[in-house]
Design a protein around this ligand. Sequence first.
Ligand SMILES: C[S@@+](CC[C@H](N)C(=O)[O-])C[C@H]1O[C@@H](n2cnc3c(N)ncnc32)[C@H](O)[C@@H]1O
Length: 249
Amino acid sequence: MPYQYRVDALFEWIAKVNGPAWGDVLDAGTGAHSLAWLATLPTRSLTALTVEDWRLGELPGIAPAARIVRGEWTDPALLHGESFDQVLVDYVIGAIDGHAPYFQYDYLARLRPHCRGSVYLVGLEPPPRDGSILDQICRVRDACILLAGHRMYREYPSELVRRWMEQAGMQVSDVRVFPNRVGARFINGQLDVARRKLPLFADRALASAMERQIEDLRSAALANGEQTWGADYVVVATAPAPSQGARNT
Ligand SMILES: C[S@@+](CC[C@H](N)C(=O)[O-])C[C@H]1O[C@@H](n2cnc3c(N)ncnc32)[C@H](O)[C@@H]1O
């Protein structure tokens, strides 16, 4: 059964800001959740881009009418000559470092010629470094990713991303921060990422010690119940067609 859209406060807010008129839409870093939402909208066309092969199996079932593109934003030929009325950038900035290290600083300028209307950028504020159990969980997750020889996500504050968007020629009209309610799904999700990295540690004793640490953190955090911690954000911008911008037909 294909992934069903779970109502998301950020997407519902974007839908209100946008109003009912949706044109050619680009999901600039797609996944089951963003694509399932976009598939519910009356778009003229829907293009969804990812660089990850593992996503390609499930995406067509979620949005059969969408054009799914597998591509890397560092490739200058990607979507060449195409632009979109609405561009959704959903948790892409933080993910880029894992695929194209340091490209996040040039990414919005790369995206700009493909915009001819609105940009909705969704991101995660960097986790609060407050010493809480939730903070420790994020640190342990990142340590495990590094010890496995992989690259981490790297999140950026909304204020910095807003400046990057303006520098890329987008006119920011709103920044909305949504505090997160964090519970078992987040705790188990982050600690399961950490656990999956353990077999890749070179030092087996360190892997066993880390496994104990992961499970101690899990028990302690789950006992605390749901809490407000960290925040997501949406930056809204207009980006009219560049004077020589190309259109998709
Ligand atoms: C965290 S996921 C986004 C979550 C997704 N919107 C969802 O609803 O599940 C990041 C997306 O950005 C894409 N991405 C990250 N870096 C990229 C790059 N350098 N080029 C192309 N796509 C990239 C990933 O392949 C993935 O599709």
